[in-house]
Design a protein around this ligand. Sequence first.
Ligand code: ZN
Length: 286
Amino acid sequence: MERCNQSAISHSTKMNGRCSLCSSENVQLKRSHIVPAWAYKRMCNWGRSPSVPIVVEDDRAFFSSRQMRRYLLCGPCEQRIGKSERYVAPLTFTHSHVSRLVGLARDPARSYQYPGSFRARVAVPADINCEMIGRFGVSVIWRMAVWKQIDQDASRSFLGPYHEPLRLYLLGVAPFPPQCAIHLHVVDPTLQESRNYCAIVAYPAGGRSGPFHIHQFFILGLYFQLYVGKAVYEGLHLACLVHGTPPVYFLTDPRDIGTLVACRDVFQHSQVVGNARELLKLPSQD
Ligand SMILES: [Zn+2]
């Protein structure tokens, strides 16, 4: 796998290498995002005037105009991934717009209350391409896995033995692996504080949770969870965007989403220490 020093490469430099998705060698690579550029733009334009997002990292918070980009994919693979990004873009929240997925999940004819104490409704949207939404969620987590592998010069991805089957799925040459389930929780904006959650992007993170692994990320009101492992049980597959029969998603009280609570808590207990360019001594890109 190609390893390159991003800060040493100017925007105009062409970078050839191995595409992480199709494995083509010595092809021109694009500077790929972990999360789509439209999500970053929406975060910047959330308030009354354009602003710079606050990045929370470890126990520090700082303003940063830095987007996570790296030479990962060739042009055709960038297009391949971009298809699901474009599908999901109008389904996220904006500062003036509630996701259409919320209305569908409130329609009694399309949804039902999740059994037990979990405060969620389950939506069965016949006219929504759930597989495409799931593909988007998988692509973001998979890109982060590639990124971390390069960063840490690691021989193994955090997706373990499922990295390769997920790559083939994203490439369009294999089905979604039967040992995986991808879930979507849409933030229920009924609560006053919910609107704040819709302006957050949290990069993929995860790890072992009992007998399987969960990797998750949050993007403008949509919370994705990817379960991987042989122990992923039938109930998780039933709620999967891809394997569910029918595929479903959840409309969820954000107080039940641990990642969001953690984001809020970390932010509340963090101190904004300055501009990322100074903090990280990033080279000027002017
Ligand atoms: Zn490629």
